[in-house]
Write a protein that binds this ligand. Structure first.
Ligand code: SAH
Length: 234
């Protein structure tokens, strides 16, 4: 499928707005209440979309991209709350694994396991994650972390809630609301995907304030720089 596009999905309007000016030969298709912007960036066919917030919105968007638009690979960009020590506002996390922290069908299945799949953790594509990590490293001044990102349908905005997640999932680097849903949908289709997140807050009592400030000031520019660098070297 040499001409099928790479999908770049943003959770937030601000990020899509930062990426759209890069798109040449743009045409937009509307489906299921979403705009899918097709075009070319650095010679690569791409489709840009806004997923909306949360696991269902993200999974729906991923399925449409793969089934209706035949996307050959999917990169999800956005912001996240830092969980592990040293994962600070402004840092970037490239996911190597994703897990739904709000999945719990125990005692029928082990906590976090997605029932009937036999697993809790879904792997990001190694080559794609490597490429995004390399793109991040070439953005000067950005600190990169790689490992587990956890997702759930909750904005984690208290030290008490993030302490619980840290205790249950000590290797989790960051928390957000979409990545693991995209991971599960892409696994069903057997399509490569990766998730790259800029840390907007520490998922603590100040999270809502940090989040709003950060989105406007930094996150969109970081996402744009990483995506441009990645596509320039594909
Ligand atoms: N009303 C807000 C909603 C943002 S929800 C708005 O301005 O649009 C938070 C988004 O950022 C989600 O897409 C989620 O993936 C990510 N995120 C950032 N920090 C998070 C945190 N501490 N907990 C959960 N998700 C977080």
């Amino acid at each position: 499928m040499p001409h099928s596009p790479a999908a770049i999905v943003s959770a937030m309007h601000e990020e899509l707005r930062a990426l759209l000016p890069l798109l040449d030969d743009r045409h937009t298709v509307r489906l299921a209440g979403r705009d899918f912007h097709h075009g070319v960036i650095h010679g690569q066919p791409v489709v840009l979309a806004l997923s909306g917030i949360g696991k269902v919105a993200a999974a729906t968007t991923a399925v449409l991209l793969m089934h209706a638009f035949d996307s050959r690979q999917l990169v999800f960009t956005g912001v996240a709350g830092g969980l592990a020590a040293g994962v600070n506002v402004g840092d970037v996390v490239v996911a190597r694994q994703l897990l739904q922290h709000d999945m719990d069908a125990s005692p029928l299945f082990p906590r976090f396991e997605v029932p009937l799949t036999g697993r809790a953790r879904f792997d990001a594509d190694t080559d794609l994650a490597d490429a995004l990590a390399a793109a991040t490293r070439s953005c000067s001044g950005v600190r990169l972390h790689q490992g587990l990102i956890v997702s759930g349908d909750r904005f984690i905005a208290s030290a008490a809630d993030s302490d619980v997640l840290r205790a249950l999932l000590p290797d989790a680097l960051a928390v957000e609301m979409e990545g693991a849903a995209v991971a599960q949908a892409c696994a069903d289709f057997g399509r490569p995907f990766a998730v790259v997140r800029t840390i907007s807050d520490r998922a603590d009592d100040a999270a809502h304030l940090d989040f709003v400030r950060f989105i406007d000031e930094v996150a969109s520019a970081t996402t744009r720089a990483i995506i441009e660098e990645w596509l320039a070297h594909v």
